[in-house]
Design a protein around this ligand. Structure first.
Ligand code: FES
Ligand SMILES: [Fe+2]
Length: 454
């Protein structure tokens, strides 16, 4: 449980709020680049600020305030120009920094424009995403997190706007035990109701729901600890309480402040779930899928990283519940727009969440004291080419295979690498435009590994 004040500190993200100031120390992903290339001018709300993302006729990217300084017309209806974005009403032109550089209907000798500037923020592209920096100058470096830059991989980006605060989404990652019910028992119930349990999840098969249900058996304790870039957490199992053996199941890791990485280095399917605050009560959720191939298999080349909308409701207006991310999103949204943490009753499964909240509070204080929080990089010499995780590692891949069907994350990894056997249906990837290629890639990887094993 948190006091009302502590909850406010962690959830509010507007300018001048403690969390808003922390978030403004980071490059924030705001849209898939491929979407901007299609649309040229896009309205973007981020950290409580209304902005317009655009591409000039020269191909440069800009992010400026949404309202024209003249008579407040929305620049989201602007016209891209060689050097900036032109207001649709009277043609005032703004450059990438938000400086007005033309007022075409004013007198030719007028210097009016020189005194007119609106908000402008730097933007960059990396890994098929457009990133913005809304904080104080100088901007730090944009970190090359592994999934954004690793070679020999397929990628696709799913996006959705959720009507809830960012922290509800992010706390999901401090909650390794929710799988048992949300992705196990609920999944089973939903498929049963649809009359599709046999078709999609035959008993004894590799379907994720069975391993998730099993992962509730034999829990001895939960753990959470800091890592150089955030935190990791998981579950300790013991044979004495009914697990197959004594072991520790390590779950997705957190990259501070708002990334979760599912799958570890060297696994076939990895994903960033990025919880970008739109404002206090809305979140831009990005699931960034990266499907890595080992050196023995060539992943197909992609000119651009394709993107897709992640659906929340079906054709009858009912919430979709039959894939993993949909189940998570229903849980987060139903906690309310900003969940009232002063009313919680936390148990042992929430220990990693408490750790996650403390880490956020710790880093908030560093910013309040004028310092740089975790994962703000300023010296290029300190940044490796690939940050966090790394390339394909056969020993890691083998570990996941050996540890499957043990009632923990190992089996869900196996389920994901078995996409070519029809299991794309069970995760958000089923909507992804690249998924048919991923299925083929996974088949090739399995073939190559079987061959190597003789
Ligand atoms: S309102 Fe934008 S130019 Fe007049
Ligand atoms: Fe989940």
């Amino acid at each position: 449980m948190l006091s009302v004040e502590a909850n406010e500190r962690l959830t509010r993200v507007g300018p001048g709020t403690p969390m808003g100031e922390l978030m403004r120390r980071y490059w924030v992903p705001i849209r898939p680049l491929a979407q901007l290339l299609d649309e040229d001018v896009m309205q973007v709300r981020i950290l409580g600020e209304d902005l317009v993302l655009f591409r000039t006729l020269k191909g440069e990217l800009g992010l400026i305030g949404d309202r024209c300084a003249h008579r407040r017309t929305g620049l989201r209806y602007g016209i891209p120009d060689e050097d900036g974005l032109r207001c649709c009403y009277h043609g005032w032109l703004y450059d990438l920094s938000g400086q007005c550089i033309e007022t075409p209907l004013e007198a030719p000798e007028s210097t009016f424009k020189e005194r007119i500037k609106i908000t402008g923020y730097p933007v960059q592209e990396l890994g098929g995403l457009v990133w913005a920096y809304l904080g104080p100058a100088p901007a730090p470096l944009l970190p090359p997190w592994d999934l954004l830059v690793m070679p020999n991989a397929l990628r696709q980006i799913g996006v959705v706007v959720l009507d809830c605060n960012w922290l509800q989404c992010h706390e999901n990652t401090g909650d390794p035990a929710h799988s048992v019910y949300l992705h196990g028992r609920l999944f089973e119930y939903v498929l049963k109701k649809q009359g599709k349990l046999e078709e999609r999840a035959a008993e004894g098969g590799v379907h994720t729901l069975y391993s998730r249900i099993k992962s509730g058996v034999g829990i001895e304790s939960l753990f959470a600890r800091a890592t150089p870039h955030g935190m990791e957490k998981g579950i300790n199992y013991t044979k004495a309480l009914g697990a197959d053996r004594d072991f520790t199941s390590r779950h997705s890791t957190v990259i501070f402040p708002f990334f979760t990485q599912t799958g570890g280095a060297g696994q076939v399917r990895q994903e960033f779930q990025i919880r970008v605050p739109i404002d206090d009560t809305h979140t831009y959720h990005i699931n960034y899928g990266c499907y890595l191939a080992p050196p023995s298999v060539d992943a197909p080349h992609q000119d651009a990283v394709p993107w897709y909308d992640v659906p929340l409701i079906d054709e009858n207006g009912k919430p979709i519940l039959d894939y993993v991310l949909a189940q998570d999103m229903v849980a987060w949204r139903s906690q309310g727009d900003i969940t009232d943490r002063s009313q919680e009753k936390l148990g042992r499964t929430d220990e990693p969440i408490i750790f996650l909240r403390r880490q956020l509070e710790e880093q908030l204080r560093i910013v309040e004291d004028g310092g740089d929080p975790m994962n703000v990089f300023r010296n290029p010499a300190e940044l490796p080419e690939v940050l966090h995780g790394g390339a394909w590692d056969e020993s890691v891949a083998a570990w996941w295979t050996e540890n499957k069907v043990k009632g923990a994350a190992g089996s869900s990894s196996d389920f994901r690498s078995a996409y070519h056997k029809g299991h794309t249906m069970d995760d958000v990837d089923r909507y992804g435009p690249v998924t048919p290629q991923v299925v083929e890639l996974m088949r090739e990887i399995e073939e190559a590994r079987a061959k190597a094993a003789g």
